[in-house]
Structure formats: structure tokens, C-alpha cells
Design a protein around this ligand. Structure first.
Ligand SMILES: [Zn+2]
Length: 309
């Protein structure tokens, strides 16, 4: 097994720093890649976080799994763990790169492209070719809190199997976003599932715990770790829609992610700052809230609730 032209022998654990650029201060930036190879052949699993630099729960899940040493005694195969892909976003508390571009909309990337494109290229060129399947850990974007969930590529059997074995509270079948890591990996025959939990720049214990458990369950299922997976029921959805703000103002939610709702049920209200009036936000259809917006001030049309059905 070779990563960034460095050979990893059977039974070897090593870190490889793959350079992606330098800060204006001349500090070098690398994607720090941790490889845990068993003595016995088997599948290679990618466990990756921080493609979006402010989605800390994803970074923390990979970090926690490494801290718990769950990759250090694999029965077979290998794990490539990358806790933090987007170092630039991480140090700037931002989803994106300093150029405003999103790594997860830049795959497969270009060697001589924008910064986001170069980071994506580094992952596509040096990491993806070495894996058989992957787990990509994210967190709700902006002020959206996501109930722990896995998104897999609809009508792709191996991806669905990974999602079901991972057994998060919620599973959503959808189409991979063009130019995302999941989309690029799938085009190369490698199933990747995307886990989302909690809100950016905020730790969420439940999301972190379910993320680490999911990694263990997948590795047990693949025969890479000892143990037995207890059956867990996940809620399974194939469609979703946003409830958007019917006006601008101060938003108070009364329903949050993790609840079932019926049509006509009040979800929250939006009022002006001078208590002149307010507008109730209602559910339009029966479904399950799997994401809600924690922003205290919203504008007309802002996404408030992500409802799966
Ligand atoms: Zn993300």
C-alpha cells in the first residue's frame, strides 16, 4: 500500500503529511493522514472529517475514534483516518477556504486550480485510490442543527448496506451532490456515506457518540474488528423538504430536530423586535424534523426546518 509515494507495510501504523500549500505567513499546511494497516489483507476504509473546516463534530468523531485506539488492532485490512481535511477553514472558523470556495463542491479538483480545488485534488489523487469504501463526517452547515443522520447514494446497494450497518438514528437516501467527495468516490466505484450530526462550531455529545459507534459497527461488519453488532432500528427516509421563514424577524422555535410533526402543527414563530406582531410557522406535511435552524434572527425565505418524509 502506497500513500503519497510512501510505502506502508503490513502491520505498520504511520502518519503521512501530504502538503497542500502554505499560509501567507509561510507556515506549511498539510493533510495529516494516519494509516493503520493490519498484518492480514482486507478492505481499506477511509474515516474522514473536517472537509468543511467549521464542522467540528466530524473532526471530533475521527479524533475520538483515534483516541479510543479502535484502529490499532484491526483483524484485517486498513483504516486511513484523516481527522481534518480543510485546515484553512478550521483555523478561520469557516466552512470554506479563504478564497470562499467549498472543497466539497470542488472534486476531483485540479493540481493547479483554486485552493479548494487543490485540497480536493490532494484527496482524490493520494487518498481515494487507496480505499474500498469511506465514511465522511460532517455537521450541519451555518446555524443548522442536524439530528444524527447518514446520507447514502440512492439505488446503490453497497452504500445502502454501509448506511444500515452504521445504524444512525436517521438514514436518508438521496442523490450525491455533484463535485462532492461522495460523488467523486462513487464514480470511481467506491461507496462513501456521509454522516451529519449537530451544528457547526458547537460540540454535540450525542452526535459524536453515535458517530464513533457507527465507525465501530461498520468495521465489525467488515470483519476488521471483533465484536457483534446489536440490531438498532434507524428511521429510513427517501424524501425531504425545507420549511422556510414566511417573514423576517426574531425566530423562536417550539419544535426541534428529532421530532415527528403533522400537517398544520405549529413549529415556532417569528416576530418583529418591538412586539407589534408575530407569525406562526406551521408544518405543511407529515414528517420528521431532522434539522432545525438555531439562528435567533432570520430573513424571509431562510431555511428553518429540514423535514424528512
Ligand atoms: Zn459539511
Amino acid at each position: 500500500m502506497k500513500v503519497f509515494s510512501k510505502e506502508i507495510e503490513p502491520g505498520e501504523h504511520r502518519e503521512i503529511r501530504i502538503p497542500v500549500g502554505r499560509l501567507p505567513s509561510d507556515t506549511s499546511i498539510a493533510i495529516r493522514t494516519f494509516i493503520y494497516r493490519s498484518k492480514k489483507d482486507g478492505p481499506t476504509c477511509l474515516v474522514m472529517g473536517g472537509v468543511h473546516g467549521d464542522e467540528i463534530n466530524g473532526v471530533e468523531i475521527v479524533r475520538r475514534a483515534m483516541q479510543e485506539k479502535i484502529f490499532e488492532n484491526l483483524n484485517c485490512g486498513a483504516v486511513i483516518a484523516v481527522p481534518l481535511v480543510n485546515v484553512y477553514g478550521f483555523i478561520n472558523f469557516s466552512r470554506d477556504l479563504p478564497d470562499g470556495k467549498d472543497v466539497n463542491r470542488s472534486f476531483p479538483g485540479l493540481k493547479v486550480g483554486s485552493l479548494a480545488s487543490r485540497v480536493a485534488y490532494t484527496v482524490s489523487k493520494h487518498i481515494i485510490p487507496n480505499i474500498d469504501f469511506g465514511l465522511d463526517f460532517h455537521t450541519g452547515g451555518k446555524s443548522i442543527h442536524n439530528f444524527p443522520q447518514v446520507r447514502f447514494s440512492r439505488n446503490h446497494e453497497e452504500s445502502e448496506e454501509l448506511a444500515r450497518v452504521f445504524a444512525p438514528p436517521i438514514i436518508i437516501a438521496n442523490k450525491p451532490i455533484p463535485k462532492s467527495m461522495r460523488h467523486h468516490a462513487l464514480k470511481n466505484g467506491k461507496p462513501v456515506i456521509v454522516y451529519e450530526g449537530g451544528e457547526s462550531l458547537r460540540m454535540d455529545g450525542f452526535s459524536i457518540q453515535r458517530g464513533v459507534e457507527g465507525i465501530k459497527r461498520v468495521l465489525i461488519h467488515k470483519g476488521m474488528l471483533d465484536g457483534k453488532n446489536e440490531p438498532v432500528n434507524s428511521l429510513f427516509f427517501e424524501n425531504s423538504t425545507w420549511v422556510r421563514a414566511p417573514r423576517s424577524g426574531i425566530f423562536e422555535w417550539s419544535q426541534s430536530a428529532g421530532s415527528f410533526v403533522r400537517p398544520g402543527e405549529p413549529l415556532g414563530r417569528i416576530g418583529d423586535p418591538y412586539c407589534r406582531d408575530h407569525t406562526i410557522v406551521y408544518a405543511k406535511r407529515k414528517g420528521f424534523i431532522y434539522g432545525h435552524n438555531n439562528a435567533p434572527v432570520v430573513s424571509l425565505g431562510d431555511a428553518l426546518y429540514h423535514i424528512a418524509y
